[in-house]
Design a protein around this ligand. Sequence first.
Ligand code: AMP
Length: 193
Amino acid sequence: MSLSVLLLGPQGAGKGTQAKRVSAEYGIPHIASGEILRAEEESGSELGRQVKATIERGDLVSDDVMIELIRNRLGQPDTEAGFVLDGFPRTTVQAEALDSMFADIGRNFSVAFALQIPDEVAFERLRRRAEVEGRADDTDEAIERRLDNYHRETEPLIEYYRTRGNLVPVRGNRTENEVFADIQAALEQVPAA
Ligand code: AMP
């Protein structure tokens, strides 16, 4: 039995929070594309240096780089029982690459959740996070670019997964527990893969 969960949604929608809960509840690794990139930066690698400015600006790193990092991560043995992907895919090219990764290992993902919140709420949540965490890409300009990029590049994926039949929209503008209850209810319906 393996449970492969995708979380789509703008930054500030609560993807990270919900992904951690799914990970703890179902015993599957939480794979966050942003964390992988930040770890790459902190390692001081050449790649980390290359992506730093892009991330700070609030733009997306290139599909090639991101796909390779995710392919490597999904190749680790701890993903056998499944995983929860947070922040990937963010473009149609990435979604198609993920489809072919699944095809290569003879699996399919179980469900894609689309966490939906109004832009004003996302903006305010990210501003608050900036005060708490001090992330370099939580400046007002970078937040706006990230939300623009979300609408342009990532939102079309909601249709992409809807046509494949495994999209579950979730209203994110509620308490953490309410959102998680909806996610859990949907996961209970997922047939064992
Ligand atoms: P996050 O932690 O998910 O908010 O991601 C932080 C930043 O990392 C994003 O604003 C992007 O610059 C970059 N990033 C994360 N995931 C992706 C992705 N799937 N494709 C391209 N860039 C990404």
